[in-house]
Design a protein around this ligand. Structure first.
Ligand code: TMP
Length: 212
C-alpha cells in the first residue's frame, strides 16, 4: 500500500538493454488476470501524459545542461503524478510504470554525476505529500546485468537515443547507483538477474507473490 493511498504502485528499472520492456506488458496482463476486479494502469517515464511525452522527445534527443535535464525529468514526473499516478492510486488502481525516480538517481546522479543531494531535494519537492510522506513505488523490479551484456543486447535496428549512445563506463556507473539504492531499500526492490534467458526471468516474475 502506497503512502496512505489504496492503490499499489510498481516500477520497472534497469540500464538500457536489460530487458525490462520484454516483460512489463506481460506482467501487467498477469496482474489483470490475477486480480480481475482491480484496474491496472500501464505508464512510463519520462512520459505518461501529453506534456510528459513532449518532454520525453526533448530529453531523449536534445543535448542539454545536466541540471536542465534533471529539472525536466522531474517536471515531467510532477505532471505524471498529478494527472495519472496519484488519481489512479487514490481510486485503488494498480499502477505499473516503466521507470520512475530511481532512474533519475541512477542516470542523472550515478551516470552523469549530479549531486544526490540535489536529487533528494527534487524528489521531496515533486513527490512530497501533504501528510509529509513521499509518493514512492511499493515495489520496484530492478533488472540487473553488466553493462557489456546490455550493450550487446541493445537494439541494433532503430537509431540509439541520447542515453543509449553513452559508453560502457556510463552504464556501469548507472548500474552501481541502481544497486546501491536497491541495497539501501531491500523491502521495496526485487532484484532480477537479467543475464538469464527471457523464459527463466518470466518464470521468476510469475512465481512472485505480491501482497496488494
Ligand atoms: P526507456 O528507454 O526505458 O523508455 O527510458 C528512456 C531513457 O531515459 C533511458 O535511457 C533512461 C532515461 N531516463 C533518465 O535518464 N532519467 C529518468 O529519470 C528517467 C525516467 C529516464
Amino acid at each position: 500500500m502506497t503512502t496512505h493511498l489504496p492503490g499499489y504502485f510498481i516500477s520497472f528499472e534497469g540500464i538500457d538493454g536489460a530487458g525490462k520492456s520484454t516483460h512489463i506488458d506481460a506482467f501487467g496482463q498477469l496482474l489483470k488476470d490475477r486480480y480481475p476486479d482491480r484496474d491496472v494502469v500501464m505508464t512510463r517515464e519520462p512520459g505518461g501524459t501529453p506534456l510528459g511525452e513532449q518532454l520525453r522527445a526533448l530529453l531523449l534527443d536534445a543535448p542539454m545542461n545536466l541540471e536542465t535535464e534533471a529539472l525536466l525529468m522531474f517536471a515531467a514526473r510532477r505532471e505524471h503524478i498529478a494527472q495519472v499516478i496519484e488519481p489512479a492510486l487514490s481510486a485503488g488502481k494498480i499502477v505499473i510504470s516503466d521507470r520512475f525516480t530511481d532512474a533519475s538517481f541512477a542516470y542523472q546522479g550515478g551516470g552523469r554525476g549530479l549531486s544526490l543531494e540535489k536529487l533528494d531535494h527534487l524528489e521531496r519537492w515533486v513527490q512530497g505529500r501533504s501528510d509529509g510522506s513521499l509518493l514512492k513505488p511499493d515495489l520496484t523490479f530492478l533488472f540487473d546485468l553488466p553493462g557489456s551484456i546490455a550493450e550487446a543486447r541493445r537494439s541494433k535496428v532503430r537509431a540509439p537515443d541520447k542515453f543509449e549512445q553513452m559508453d560502457l563506463n556510463f552504464f556501469e556507473k548507472v548500474r552501481q547507483e541502481y544497486l546501491r539504492r536497491a541495497k539501501a531499500d531491500p523491502s521495496r526492490f526485487y532484484l532480477v538477474d537479467a543475464t538469464r534467458t527471457p523464459e527463466v526471468i518470466w518464470g521468476d516474475l510469475q512465481s512472485l507473490e505480491i501482497q496488494l
